[in-house]
Design a protein around this ligand. Structure first.
Ligand code: ZN
Length: 197
């Protein structure tokens, strides 16, 4: 059994909190960084810079340096909101060039098994935006996973009584897939072929 210094143990612990990083990868990353002190300093500085300069947009909850973010403050169709799970899903939608409305980031999807309930997501904030009355359509672009579908269903039930059109990306996006990894042409077809729920 190898004993690591307190600082290295802490670094390994922090690395393992990242998605997809287990014991082996954490060790590999840590030793790689230790071999090049310049890289280590640059990484530490960029993490602090991000922490100081990047925040969530107070309207759509995407990641931004200016609040509100450019997607909330530039001229776009303000009658349509596209609901996504994570900020990176916005990139997938924007790459498709098929959507010109506003966005709302939930920061996850409903997952009772993992203890993720509506109050863990930005759902109350979404409802507040909808209650202002100028939104005519909500496009649900949550992932095509069990959790994403359950979230879309839950939101449909909440939003429909407000007499707002609720649509879902057309299937054609492979089941089980995260939006961020779907190619632009497929997302474009899915937006254009979106169906009412
Ligand atoms: Zn925004």
């Amino acid at each position: 059994m190898i004993h690591f210094s307190r600082s290295l143990t802490r670094l390994l612990g922090e690395l393992k909190k990242l998605p997809g990083v287990g014991d082996k990868t954490a060790l590999r990353l840590a030793f790689h960084l230790l071999k090049s002190p310049d890289n280590l300093s640059a990484l530490a500085e960029s993490l602090l810079e991000v922490k100081a300069g990047v925040r969530f947009c107070s309207i759509c909850f995407s990641i931004t340096e200016a609040d509100p973010c450019h997607l909330c403050s530039t001229e776009r169709d303000s009658t349509t909101i596209c609901v996504v799970e994570e900020p990176q899903d916005i990139l997938a939608m924007e790459r498709s060039r098929a959507f010109n409305g506003r966005y709302h980031v939930l920061h996850g999807a409903l997952s009772p098994l993992n203890g993720i309930t509506p109050s863990d997501l930005k759902i109350a904030e979404l409802m507040q935006r909808l209650e202002k009355g100028s939104i005519r359509e909500v496009l649900l672009a949550t992932n095509f996973t069990v959790e994403g579908e359950a979230t879309a269903l839950y939101l449909t039930r909440l939003i429909k009584p407000l007499s707002i059109r609720v649509t879902r990306l057309a299937h054609g996006i492979p089941l089980g897939s995260d939006l961020e990894f779907v190619d632009a042409a497929t997302v474009q077809r899915a937006v254009e072929g979106r169906s009412e729920l």
